[in-house]
Design a protein around this ligand. Structure first.
Ligand code: CA
Length: 515
């Protein structure tokens, strides 16, 4: 692709685009490794698999912006999410601590209490301490308020995500398939109407409210499993709610709303360092892309949601150029776990998938302990400091972002904070550098320990607790180098390796830290 075509693909004018590497770190007189990003933008997709971006997978044209954009950055090939589902991955990212260390951090209900104790050192708190304004926009799914039956959605919610270290938040409390289906800005529901108070519970419906089972024939998107409780915008959800009619989000507009809020945050704070977390709803269910993307991929709403995610990234990157901040900003784009086709709605994701490989041919999906559940796309870009067009096979985990961002910003990590987070900034700045991490642990919730070569999964039924395992060879062992699709369980043939990895997993639990 020539530069003109590249610019056209990016939607950028020649004046706005600065070719990668045109302002080298030597031109600034500062060695690359001592430069600090003034800003960090962290985009976390939801349920986008290792093969869902065309620059990773075999299906061309799904993500035209990112495919061009990746040429200005580094494409990582061996990065894992610490879990194959949402909440524990997000908890781990923001706390630098594996979620399984903290009970109650698996998939959170929509009315969960705030899962991150406000007293903890968090990634966002250290970004604040480094002199940044911190913002969180989009999917949270880490709870807010005192919890079920106690959180009053009609008043300022406390504690809120802001109490974990964000100066500004505009969030969906949990997921798009869970109530409450409203946006929460700085701890207050957007569009509150005192004459139409919001009530939420996960046990029973409210008299007179539509019901996903009883009123199934009226739904605009039928459910397959589970999503049959409250009916919001003609779509069955998990949990029940009533009231707040003016506050209910419009699913088709969600990506635009989050993108606009993210861009507005950057614009408001363009004159000071900022940290922006943008957690997209795409491509989690229910997949309801804006009409302008419907039919854009021929793969139904799942493919169209991927295209919508691509457009979100485009708009954020273009905003950085518009503000003149691109070369001052480190951008990380990744996903919280592996892909899933049928996730509880009859949205034809399976039928219309065609030959696409959401997990890029790996074994497993979201909700599984295999590589397809935890290997995620991961792109780092910082034009002018990190040469673009590189690929890096460093082996690390999203739990490492906490220490990595802290080091990049030159802020001290307090003792005992981030117990499982490694600083992998050297790999960001120079993809030839080896990862400092040997082992990483994932949960689905079954725990597994993964080195670059080997993967050991606890025996099924071990209750996610290695301390209860009597015979480690009843678990599963895969040689990822020679068997990347995890087909041949070697636990009995190589009990030495199985026991060694099991011992390290057990020690990680007992010691309370892994770094
Ligand atoms: Ca997810």
């Amino acid at each position: 692709m020539n530069r003109r075509t590249f610019l056209k693909t990016l939607g950028l004018g020649a004046a706005a685009w600065v070719a990668p590497g045109c302002r080298s770190s030597s031109a600034t007189g500062i060695p690359a490794t001592s430069r600090r990003p003034r800003n960090i933008v962290f985009i976390l997709a939801d349920d986008i698999g290792y093969g869902d971006l065309s620059c990773y997978g075999p299906t061309p044209g799904l993500t035209p912006f990112i495919d061009a954009y990746v040429k200005s950055g580094v494409r990582f090939t061996h990065v894992h999410s610490p879990s194959s589902v949402c909440t524990p991955t997000r908890f781990s990212i923001f706390t630098g601590s594996y979620a399984w260390r903290t009970p109650g951090t698996f998939i959170a209900p929509g009315d969960a209490a705030l899962l991150i104790p406000p007293s903890w050192t968090t990634l966002q708190r250290l970004m604040q301490r480094s002199g940044m304004v911190t913002g969180a926009v989009g999917k949270w799914h880490l709870g807010m308020g005192p919890g079920p039956g106690k959180t009053d959605w009609n008043k300022p919610i406390s504690p809120s995500a802001n109490d974990t270290g964000f100066d500004y938040t505009f969030l969906m409390a949990a997921t798009a398939d869970r109530v409450p289906c409203v946006y929460v800005e700085n701890g207050t529901v957007v569009g509150l109407d005192p004459n139409d108070p919001i009530e939420v519970n996960y046990k029973h419906n409210y008299p007179g409210e539509p019901d996903g089972k009883r009123d199934r024939a009226t739904l605009k998107m039928d459910w397959d499993i589970g999503h049959n409780m409250a009916v919001i915008n003609g779509i069955g959800r998990i949990g029940y709610m009533k009231g707040g009619k003016k506050a209910i989000w419009k699913d088709e507009e969600m990506a635009d709303v989050f993108t606009e809020k993210a861009c507005a945050f950057m614009e408001r704070h363009k004159d000071e360092p900022f940290f922006l977390y943008l957690g997209t709803n795409d491509i989690h269910v229910p997949r309801v892309p804006h009409p302008r993307f419907v039919g854009s991929t021929g793969m139904g709403v799942r493919g169209d949601a991927i295209r919508q995610f691509d457009d979100t990234v485009r708009r954020v990157i273009e905003k950085l150029y518009e503000l003149g901040l691109r070369e001052e900003t480190l951008v990380v784009i990744t996903s919280d776990n592996g892909p899933v086709l049928n996730d509880g709605y009859k949205d034809h994701a399976v039928e219309l998938n065609g030959n696409h490989l959401p997990n890029n041919g790996l074994k497993g999906w979201k909700f599984t302990p295999y590589l397809g559940g935890t290997r995620v796309p991961f792109i780092v870009s910082w034009p002018g400091t990190i040469p673009g067009g590189q690929t890096c096979d460093a082996h690390f985990s999203l739990v490492d972002l906490a220490a990595t961002f802290a080091v990049l910003r030159g802020v001290n990590i307090p003792e005992k904070a981030f117990p499982d987070s490694y600083d992998v900034s050297a790999c960001f700045l120079d993809p030839a550098q080896p990862s400092p991490r040997k082992d990483l642990i994932c949960q689905d919730p079954l725990m597994s320990l993964c080195t670059k070569r080997w993967k050991y999964i606890l025996p099924a039924g071990s209750g996610n607790n290695p301390l209860k395992v009597k015979d480690p060879t009843l678990g599963r062992l895969y040689d990822l180098t020679n068997d990347p699709t995890e087909n041949k369980n070697l636990a009995k043939q190589r009990p030495d390796v199985a026991k060694q990895l099991f011992g390290r997993l057990k020690a990680a639990v007992i010691q309370g830290h892994t770094n």
